[in-house]
Design a protein around this ligand. Structure first.
Ligand code: DC
Length: 217
């Protein structure tokens, strides 16, 4: 088990996919799970009772198909698509992720998947809460400015217009919510290798992770 945690835009998903491919194991994008719930539970408000939210979640089944870069996350047997990849969905996911009953539901689903197959698991609390016994833990960080600039570049490469100031504001707002929530806040596990990626490219971070994670997944 390899865990990769860190804030929005630190490059976790790209690296988890690459590391999983190199190790020949599946990767689990747990942010995608929170995003799926944000879409399904769009009517949940701050005053919605926990029992109601838990009831809406029961029966929802997450699973993985394939391995390496071809790993696919399925929700009720259906591949999760690009509809979850908007900043509005990301912020709704971050808000939902402050709710203990939502975290408990996803923690159980993530641990069940992790029992079945070797994994590279990425998110916010993989090394601290979900897989505390993982053999290799990494925490990727970078300044909010660097992460926002990377996001602008990614969007530009896809031909989508991007406003640096708006993206920086979105990233900062989500960071605050993810780092300050009471349950499973974003922070490195005591035994995680912390990598500041501000001055490293993706190949540099990949090499650093593989140095310690290659012998065993
Ligand atoms: O990794 P991401 O940007 O797709 O995650 C979206 C939100 O989901 C993130 O802002 C907080 C929440 N999340 C979480 O609380 N715990 C995780 N393990 C993964 C994501």
């Amino acid at each position: 088990m390899v865990t990769i945690d860190g804030p929005a835009g630190a490059g976790k998903t790209t690296l988890a996919r690459r590391v999983a491919q190199a190790l020949g194991v599946a990767y689990l994008d747990t942010g995608a799970m929170f995003r799926v719930l944000a879409l399904r539970l769009s009517s949940v408000a701050a005053d919605t009772p926990a029992g109601e939210v838990a009831a809406a979640l029961s029966g929802l089944d997450f699973s993985l198909r394939g391995a390496g870069a071809d790993t696919t996350l399925l929700a009720d047997g259906v591949p999760v698509g690009d509809e979850i990849r908007t900043e509005a969905v990301a912020y709704a996911a971050s808000t939902l992720a402050t709710r203990p009953e939502v975290r408990a539901f996803l923690r159980a689903a993530q641990q069940r998947i992790g029992r079945d197959v070797p994994l590279v698991a990425e998110g916010r609390d993989m090394g601290t809460v979900v897989f505390p016994g993982a053999a290799h833990k990494f925490f990727l960080d970078a300044t909010a400015e660097v992460r926002a600039a990377r996001r602008v570049e990614q969007l530009a490469a896809m031909g989508r217009p991007a406003d640096y100031a708006a993206i920086l504001a979105d990233i900062t707002r989500r960071d605050v919510q993810d780092r300050t929530r009471a349950e499973a806040p974003l922070r490195p596990a005591p035994d995680a290798v912390v990598i500041d990626t501000s001055n490293l490219d993706i190949d540099g971070v990949f090499a650093r992770i593989m140095e310690s994670a290659a012998p065993a997944a």
